[in-house]
Design a binder for this molecule. Structure first.
Ligand code: ZN
Length: 903
């Protein structure tokens, strides 16, 4: 944008809408060339608004072609309204009136996939955050809530299924065409509007709610995918039941529909009564979907369903409040998944996501609080901060209040604000009012960005029999916020005696202690956890009657989204790995030990020394594997834990821990550690592999998922050495696998192998895989992704070749991400090649995508924005390419905001 740079919108300038729209009647006539949208709005002045205005300003899009505008059935003259690009101003309107507009749009040309667009042969919508304005003139803001009645009119043969929100109240036919009218009895903001027209099949089911009402459930897909929705249906019914039990929330309409769409920017969308899903978040079949894919379906189906209360019944006042619905709903879907599977493994994965995606965001140029106070393009704030950190913040409220009190708080929140558009402040207030707990200081989590750092020191006094923890907290500066005030946070801890048992804990000052045992801290039997209230920059906690020097287990269950610094010795970490009563902290001790050892190897490599891997790390892995052999038959879920503990921290996470990330040394060090484990433990790895390799029929139960994950972690290690003899074993798994988890683990191990023996096998496997799955889009996405993320040399050439493949397209976000995100986000060593060719490639892709799909273009460029993390040469190259993007003609608001803030 050369002239008139995009303007920032600020929270402090919020004003209530000057007008309200009580009802919205849409008539959408779908044709192959243009779609005509006729909108009838009942508009009135907002009695709560003090703005002295008589003009009504409506949001739209430059693509809207005006056909007619009437007020109270009178066509407006050209001097009674003005249009400036995407705004329509109606001059001197009455206090209350009927507005009717008619526009033509071309959904088939809409490659940005916001508003009404075409995905394959079907029409569908995505209106959050501001897509509705691409369909018709409207007051497109979440605090304008309206009752919708929608009639869709389309060709009967091409689009036999016509869907919108609410209940289907009338239908009819006219020659080749037909129409259906839907009415949604609930008031809703425009972002929850949805419409679908297509030749779709559906699977039906019924759910009986806790008050005994029967709700019809329908999942719609194109014909070739209809055999992959059973798991989503099961997940939906489980989610509906869980929300009744855990939060007392019952579904409200008589019908709930999900539609699977191939081209979709996000994961899924919670439109009232008509959820629209990316196929990747709803389809699952054993031979096409990995266990991770199954878990994703369960969690996303739950997430979107839970929005019916946390998002739809109670919605956001403005987009700064996005975390009101997203943070809370992510917490709810995490709790749901934890109930369905292994709570500890779920927590490990949630924290790994937070550390891998959110911590870097907090440390980067786009850092923002979970309630941002300014934005240029709201699409850029659908972030790990708003979602995942937002969930941690609500989770901390639950930890501080305890589960019962928290439930009283959510009951009051839903009850008090049902049907309203509210703020995060009103959420916190409801929590306070229901429980009388003061959250004044806690509110800083909503306004301060950055990841707090806790430094903890301990002192054991054997004479006094006391143990003191001294805790300091600080938070690094973030853009626009140099000084931070101390946060209020729950620090869950335990102390282990020399036998590894939890000590009973008594604090000298009882006021700082909260009740232990809280839902978000995964506690096992025999544990004594206390939750300390941190509120000051520096605090001391003195435990009495401590007869021997304990090993502290700190931040149990990751009770707050912070970085923890405590000077653990490697022996202490090994002790915690085998004895901590908190499963999450056993895993975290393993991670800390691996990080410590890898950091040491990085230094050795930087000094030109031969890597020496601390034998204690190998020993720790060995004892885990020995346990997996010795207790093979009675371990079930623990297999997933052992698998998690054997996986080394990702290179992206390791890079975050260095001030200047030496990409090549980090990669080499991590590989050296992997090789040491693989060679020294080859025997027991093979034993574990064989014990867990069997061909019983596929089952997605948690214990089977655990078995497969342990087996495939072992396989990946077995394939690490260049002289591995395991290639035939890997090929055999590839050829005989009865599920995609095993197929994809085998082909990934082959593709990533540097063994000369694997060369031929990998080409053959890739050809076989493609040939077998070429009609399954989601499987082909995996085929692209596993090649683009392969860390072996020559990745960029492979990526460029993949983009020339006939199955590649920039128009489908899943396909685009399967190559670009796999390369730029997951293939650190190749993306950051010293000559900068990876950077140039990403910049070229962003520039090409800017005019096609700005939302996705802005997202994929984020690895470039982290230039401060790298050496001078890389910094210069990354900035040059960012500048090149900034200099592009017609840069979208989305891309402009991210690039300009990062430079
Ligand atoms: Zn959501």
């Amino acid at each position: 944008m050369k002239e008139g740079q995009p303007q920032a919108i600020e929270l402090k300038n919020y004003q209530v809408p000057p007008y309200l729209i009580d009802s919205t009647e849409l008539h959408v006539e779908i044709n192959e060339d243009v779609t005509r949208v006729t909108t009838t709005l009942q508009v009135r002045k907002n009695p709560d608004s003090t703005a002295m205005v008589t003009d009504l300003v409506l949001n739209g899009a430059v693509e809207l072609v005006n056909k007619s505008i009437t007020i109270n059935d009178r066509e407006l003259l050209s001097n009674e309204f003005g249009r400036d690009q995407d705004l329509l101003t109606l001059y001197a309107v009455p206090e209350s009136f009927t507005l009717r507009t008619q526009v033509d749009i071309k959904p088939q040309d809409n490659t940005a996939l916001e508003g009404l667009y075409k995905s394959g042969d079907m029409f569908c919508t995505q209106c959050e955050a501001e897509g509705f304005r691409n369909i018709t003139w409207f007051l497109d803001r979440p605090d304008v809530m309206s009752k919708y009645r929608t009639t869709i009119n389309a060709d009967k043969r091409r689009y036999p299924i016509l869907l919108s929100n609410g209940n289907d109240i009338a239908r009819g036919e006219e020659g080749e065409r037909h129409w259906v009218t839907w009415e949604d009895p609930f008031m809703k903001p425009a972002y929850l509007f949805a419409l679908v027209a297509g030749d779709l099949q559906h699977v039906d089911d019924t759910f009986v709610t806790m008050s005994g009402r029967a709700v019809k459930l329908q999942i719609f897909t194109e014909a070739h995918n209809i055999d992959k929705v059973d798991y989503a249906m099961l997940a939906l019914k489980n989610a509906m039941r869980w929300d009744e039990q855990a939060y007392g929330r019952e579904y409200d309409l008589d019908i709930f529909m999900i539609v699977a769409v191939e081209s979709f920017n996000m994961g899924a969308m919670e439109n009232k009564g008509l959820n629209i899903f990316n196929t990747s978040c709803v389809l699952a079949r054993p031979d096409t979907t990995t266990d991770q894919g199954y878990q994703r379906v369960e969690s996303v189906v739950g997430h979107e369903y839970f929005h019916n209360w946390s998002g739809n019944r109670v919605t956001c006042r403005d987009w700064f409040q996005l975390s009101l619905k997203e943070g809370f709903t992510v917490l709810r879907d995490q709790q749901f998944s934890a109930t369905m599977g292994s709570p500890t493994v779920c927590r490990i994965n949630d924290v790994a996501t937070l550390r891998g995606a959110q911590f870097p965001e907090d440390a980067g140029p786009m850092a923002h609080p979970i309630r941002p106070d300014t934005y240029i393009e709201i699409n850029n704030f659908y972030t790990a901060t708003v979602y995942e950190k937002g969930a941690e913040v609500v989770g901390m409220i639950q930890t501080l209040l305890g589960p019962d009190q928290f439930r009283r708080g959510t009951d009051l929140y839903f009850d008090r604000h049902d049907g309203q558009a509210v703020t995060t402040e009103e959420f916190v207030k409801a929590m306070e009012d229901a429980t009388q707990v003061d959250l004044t200081q806690f509110r800083r989590w909503y306004s301060q960005a950055g990841t707090p750092v806790l430094k903890i020191q301990s002192h054991f006094d054997s004479a006094e029999q006391t143990y003191t923890l001294s805790v300091t907290q600080s938070c690094p500066p973030t853009p626009g916020q140099t000084q931070k005030l101390p946060f209020h946070l729950p620090l869950a801890i335990g102390l282990l005696d020399q036998a590894g048992a939890d000590m009973p804990l008594t604090l000298m000052d009882n006021e700082a202690v909260q009740t232990p045992q809280v839902a978000n801290v995964q506690d096992e039997a025999g544990s004594h956890t206390v939750v300390l209230n941190l509120t000051e920059a520096r605090q001391h906690f003195v435990f009495t009657n401590i007869s021997e020097k304990p090993v502290p287990s700190l931040l149990r269950g990751f009770s707050a989204p912070v970085k923890l610094n405590y000077d653990y010795s490697r022996d202490e970490l090994m002790f915690l790995m085998s004895h901590d009563s908190n499963g999450f902290n056993r895993w975290d001790a393993a991670q800390r030990l691996a990080v410590d050892v890898i950091q040491e190897v990085v230094e050795q490599i930087q000094q030109g020394r031969t890597p020496q891997v601390d034998p204690r790390l190998i020993k720790a892995c060995e004892s885990n594997l020995d346990q997996a052999v010795a207790r093979h038959t009675d371990l079930t879920l623990d297999k997933a834990m052992i698998a998690e503990m054997l996986v080394l921290p990702a290179e992206t996470y390791l890079a975050e821990l260095f001030t200047v990330a030496d990409v090549d040394a980090i990669h080499a060090a991590r590989e050296a550690v992997r090789l040491a484990i693989a060679t020294q433990l080859a025997g027991v790895l093979l034993a574990v592999y064989k014990l867990n390799q069997d061909d019983r029929p596929f089952d997605v139960s948690a214990s089977e998922v655990a078995r497969r994950s342990l087996k495939n972690v072992a396989l990946a290690y077995l394939m690490v050495p260049e002289n591995t003899e395991m290639v035939p074993l890997c090929v055999a798994q590839f050829e005989s696998a009865n599920c995609m988890t095993d197929t994809s683990a085998a082909i990934r191990a082959l593709v990533n192998s540097a063994s000369p023996l694997a060369l031929q096998a990998k080409e053959k496997a890739l050809t076989t895989f493609y040939g077998r799955w070429q009609d399954e889009a989601l499987v082909i996405d995996q085929w692209f992704s596993l090649q683009a993320s392969c860390p072996l040399p020559g990745a960029l050439d492979r990526v460029k070749a993949l983009m020339q493949h006939s199955a590649f397209t920039m128009l489908n976000p899943n396909r685009l991400r399967s190559v670009i995100v796999a390369f730029a986000f997951q293939n650190n060593v190749n993306f950051h090649a010293k000559n900068g060719e990876g950077y140039g490639f990403l910049a070229d892709t962003v520039i090409a995508l800017n005019s096609i799909n700005p939302l996705v273009a802005a997202r994929i460029l984020s690895p470039l924005t982290r230039w401060r993390k790298y050496d001078e040469q890389r910094q210069t190259l990354m900035r040059q390419h960012l500048q090149r993007i900034l200099d592009t003609e017609n840069l979208s608001k989305d891309v402009f905001e991210v690039v300009s803030k990062s430079l």
